[in-house]
Unconditional design. Structure first.
Length: 330
């Protein structure tokens, strides 16, 4: 079983293989709103500036101007989250195994390894999506759904802005509610540009929105085909792109059923992802990669233990620009 000592199980080979795995698509990953880069450190600092726009009072010509003080800046440190997974490839799994139509046993073992890595990568990929949703919601939770890994509003000293949509009331002016959301986003971004806004909706919020009389009335006269289309399709209303979000972990939805979250699109570095290096000697002070994998022989050379890990940090740099929507009136 010298195959376990081959280059297949080297850090470089395993890491290259797991980064080539085609992950199961996830919505936020597809949208590409998180700008990802590698980092040489396990933590990063986000600067919070006290700069605010204000009006300059009129004075007599020649009078001294208004004093504009320097911005007060504070650094907020966030640490990358360590996401390790393990699996084993036993000697019995590769004994007398070869690839179909091929005689090379090494290729057969590589297929076993790649299959195991794909499962590990898929689990990590879902966790990335869970953390991205957490960055949008303002609180990144651990896999148990209760342990807080990072609270962005607490870290920035902010209070989350919430707009109650009152979807249980037939007379609610949904268009004005959308305007409230857009104005709240403008206020949260300050002078930063945004090209539009997307709303990710929980299941109950979505159903009550698409069936609300004011929404149906608008499409009845302007775009009646919307009422005949698939009820799961995204649509634009009041300047917001509404989208039903699917995603669960342990039976709990990524976005609570009665909630939705609106965020701006087209704003540079609003959502960021940084990948820290793995805790391997070979990776020290190198630029972090999305995924790493390594192997270690089992006792008595009965196989190898595989480890796959990722060390991500998903953040929203301006959490005040993400608006929480509630289906209730309060």
């Amino acid at each position: 079983m010298a195959i376990f000592e081959s280059d297949i199980f080297s850090l470089q080979s395993l890491t290259a293989s797991i980064n080539e795995v085609e992950f199961q698509p996830r919505r936020l990953a597809e949208m590409g709103i998180f700008q990802a880069e590698g980092s040489r450190t396990t933590s990063m600092v986000i600067e919070k500036s006290g700069h605010q726009l204000g009006l300059v009072p009129a004075k007599e010509r020649g009078a001294p101007g208004s004093v504009i003080g320097a911005d007060k800046r504070t650094g907020i440190t966030f640490t990358a989250h360590h996401l390790p997974t393990t699996a084993t490839v036993l000697a019995d799994e590769v004994q007398n195994v070869r690839a179909f139509g091929q005689e090379d046993g090494t290729e057969a073992v590589q297929n076993v390894v790649n299959t195991r890595l794909a499962k590990m990568a898929q689990r990590i990929d879902v966790t990335h999506e869970y953390h991205r949703i957490g960055a949008i919601k303002g609180q990144i939770l651990d896999a148990d759904g209760t342990t807080v890994l990072a609270d962005l509003y607490n870290a920035f000293g902010l209070t989350q802005k919430t707009v109650p949509f009152a979807l249980n009331t037939d007379t609610t002016d949904i268009q004005m509610k959308c305007l409230d959301v857009l104005e709240a986003i403008e206020q949260g971004l300050g002078d930063l540009f945004f090209s539009g806004a997307t709303v990710l909706c929980g299941s109950s919020f979505w159903r009550k929105l698409v069936s609300h009389p004011k929404v149906r009335e608008a499409y009845m006269y302007q775009q009646s085909e919307r009422l005949r289309s698939d009820g799961r399709e995204s649509f634009t209303f009041g300047g917001l792109m509404f989208e039903r979000y699917r995603g669960h972990v342990g039976g709990s939805p990524f976005i609570p059923d009665a909630e939705a979250y609106a965020f701006p699109m087209g704003t540079d570095e609003l959502f960021i992802t940084r990948f820290a290096p793995a805790d391997y000697m070979d990776a020290v002070n190198t630029l972090g990669l999305p995924l790493y994998s390594s192997s270690e022989p089992l006792s008595h050379n009965k196989g190898v233990e595989l480890e796959a890990q990722s060390n991500p940090l998903h953040l929203c740099t301006r959490p005040q620009a993400v608006i929480k929507l509630k289906e209730a009136a309060t």
